[in-house]
Design a protein around this ligand. Structure first.
Ligand SMILES: [Zn+2]
Length: 152
């Protein structure tokens, strides 16, 4: 287990395990927790960077949801407790249900991921990531060619 800080103050706990990873996944982010596949030890910095990007997205969008809920709470005049209960789940729900959102989040994470490759290997990795995104993320209408272009 390792700890890294995002936005300088929020700890992210990184576990090296295959727990909760689908066969094609090298890692997975659950906000404050990140899982990196054990056999990815040689590629750990870039896989971790990808997953930490998702953790940053989680806090960025959850922060935004908190602000919007506070505004709604202030002006609604009625009890908002039931809405507050959903706040931590809004980012994972949006990621799960909205393919365009999932796509944008993955493009951002894979762009970070790509910066860890040397220039001579980057184009090959970009092609592999475009293929993986098209195959594994349930993105209708996003072809490998389109994803490849968006991954610049
Ligand atoms: Zn990702």
């Amino acid at each position: 287990m390792k700890v890294q800080f995002i936005f300088k103050v929020i700890p992210v706990f990184i576990f090296y395990s295959d727990f909760l990873l689908k066969s094609w996944m090298a890692g997975r982010s659950f906000g404050i927790f990140v899982i990196v596949r054990k056999k990815e030890s040689t590629t750990t910095p870039r896989v971790t960077a990808h997953e930490i990007t998702h953790s940053k997205q989680y806090y960025r969008y959850t922060g935004l949801t908190v602000i919007l809920t506070m505004i709604l709470d202030y002006y609604s005049g009625s009890s908002m407790q039931y809405v507050w209960a959903f706040v931590p789940f809004m980012f994972p729900l949006a990621f799960l249900l909205i393919s365009r959102f999932r796509y944008d989040m993955e493009i951002e994470a894979y762009r970070v991921h790509l910066t860890y490759f040397s220039l001579s290997h980057r184009d090959h990795a970009r092609m592999n990531f475009a293929g993986s995104l098209a195959a594994n993320y349930k993105l209708k209408g996003y072809t490998v060619d389109k994803i490849y272009i968006d991954l610049v």
